[in-house]
Write a protein that binds this ligand. Structure first.
Ligand code: SF4
Ligand code: SF4
Ligand code: FES
Length: 212
């Protein structure tokens, strides 16, 4: 091992890497085919490279994004596959509508959210250091604007869902809040104009995809 390289273990495989590489770069350079746990390859926006990390000499295990975390000597890394929990939340924003019953609608779609036990597990799990627990409380309170801001940088890595003992799926609750905010408050001018052109017949849409 040279002075500028480190040895670490990734998914049980010993890997030697330049000390300034990210975990995902180290894994790629080790020669294995990257077929999972990678998407944006270092932009930190896709959440695919979720992993658990234990530093040498430490008993603590933490979660991180492998493309945003530098390697270290003796580090142990285990990637976490994406998973879909048994209970998936379904809702239709059109059915929820523009009414005054959003608290009931939210409770119907996400009944677990009100059972947050404030354990902070989601906050600790979040590699983007978002105030996830607070965001859950904001959605439960019906404050979708604040919740949308809280989850604005969420990359849907799913680590908060994995951490939550109440099966709340905070990231999906956050996505719901962002959708609610966008659907109820944002009306992009260009989109409104284009829809008007289509509805009035001034513009035709060829759903077959070929040139008109
Ligand atoms: S809120 Fe959850 S899904 Fe979003 S970045 Fe944080 S841990 Fe990942
Ligand atoms: S992990 Fe779940 S129960 Fe714990 S604070 Fe976060 S949302 Fe609440
Ligand atoms: S590969 Fe996309 S966030 Fe790491």
């Amino acid at each position: 091992m040279s002075e500028t390289s480190v040895t670490l273990t990734i998914d049980g495989q010993k890997v030697e890497a330049s000390a300034d590489s990210s975990i995902i770069q180290a894994y790629a350079h080790a020669g294995g085919a990257l077929t999972a746990n990678v998407g944006c390859m270092g932009q930190g926006v896709c959440g695919s490279c979720r992993c658990m990390i234990r530093e040498e000499g430490s008993s603590e295990v933490r979660t991180a994004l492998a493309c945003e975390t530098k390697v270290a000597q003796g580090m142990q890394v285990g990637f976490i596959d994406y998973f879909i929990p048994e209970h998936v939340h379904y809702y239709d924003l059109n059915e929820i509508g523009d009414g005054w019953n959003w608290l009931e609608d939210t409770e119907r779609a996400f009944p677990e959210a009100a059972h947050c036990r404030h354990c902070g597990g989601c906050n600790r799990a979040c590699p983007k250091e978002l105030e996830v627990e607070n965001g859950v409380a904001q959605v439960v309170a019906g404050d979708f604007s604040s919740a949308a801001a809280t989850f604005d940088q969420c990359v849907m890595c799913n680590l908060c869902t994995l951490a939550c003992p109440e099966n709340i799926r905070p990231n999906h609750l956050g996505l719901y809040a962002r959708r609610m905010k966008a659907a109820r408050t944002l009306r992009p001018v260009d989109l409104m104009r284009r829809l008007q052109e289509i509805d009035s017949g001034r513009m035709t849409v060829n759903l077959n995809g070929s040139e008109a």
